[in-house]
Ligand binder design. Sequence first.
Ligand SMILES: *Cc1c(COP(=O)(O)O)cnc(C)c1O
Length: 375
Amino acid sequence: MRVALYDHAKLYREHHEAIDAAIARMLESGQFTWGEEVPAFEEEFASWVNARHAVAMGSGTAALTTALRALEIGPGDEVITVANTELTGVAAISAVGATVVWVDIDPASRCIDTTACEAAITPRTRALLPVDMYGHPADMIEMRRIADRHGLALVEDACIALGAEIDGRRLGSHADVTCFSFSPGKHLGAMGAAGACTTQNAVLADRIHRLASDGQARGRHYDPTPGIGQHHETEGHNQRMDEMQAAILRAKLPHLVETLAVRRAQADRYTERLVGLADLPAEGTGFRHAWRNYVIELDRRDELAAHLFAHGIGCNALYSPPMHLQSVYRGLGYAVGSLPRTERSGKRLLGLPLGPHLSIEQIDIVADEVRVGLA
Ligand SMILES: *Cc1c(COP(=O)(O)O)cnc(C)c1O
């Protein structure tokens, strides 16, 4: 591959001393669960996103599922979301027994269309679940207004938007619960599965902590006092972040700002070089993109993808085809034509390589090859 979509080993090598030291520290502590790394990461991450509370989770999927559970969303409840996302967002809704309601997107941001969202509210709606697509924030200001007007919970899937901002404020405190993923290919990549929930609400944070820890509160998960032992205040699951991943993420968090700047410079370069060749992603007024992906749209998508592959350039049709057209969700009453803007975007979109593993020269190689492929 001349230009790969990811290179996790390269990113590890760049910071291997800090990462190796963090892993050794964690191993030497002997505290492989309920140690000091997870609470320290929670504090550092909450402070980075300016949220009052962060709960470290085993994955972004666990974050989404546990957020819905903590908000007591369940059978009979409808959750409104978008279909141009990962299966996990939908599976989280099903996991708590609720019903997914898909609405169309705003084609400019490719995030939830707020008008369509409000129009889809029924007496059974309990929560809204916008997704910040490719790093561009959903209109969380308007989503908050809609949620408040109708008394609904607001859960944000910011798994691919860490570091994005609205009016100068980082994502992490706009929703009741904001969910992040630290899967290796995301902005802050762990060496395996990891995620987080952030919230301004102490009661919710405590509930999420317990739900992710087999119903136990930290500090009381095992009480050695004779006759006391374990306690379970609620039911829960084992969905906490590993101490190992927390140690690694603490070593990487100080570099997040610089990798966001690298992403932005690469996106700007693409925009400069590709103007006129395809529909290019843009930042809406007041929004700051986190550039997880640089996703262009064009009618000749398949032809261009084949050309790029043939010339050693990684690219992908991200989060497409949309969930309402996946065979697993056949039978939910959606079909081709149900969400026309989502479907059109899904057929035309192509993600180009972008990230701190690449140099600006490699971005130029991709841009040149796009030009040649479309000539
Ligand atoms: C990655 C991702 C998730 C899930 O995160 P995991 O950590 O892989 O479980 C959820 N939503 C979106 C949009 C994602 O990209």
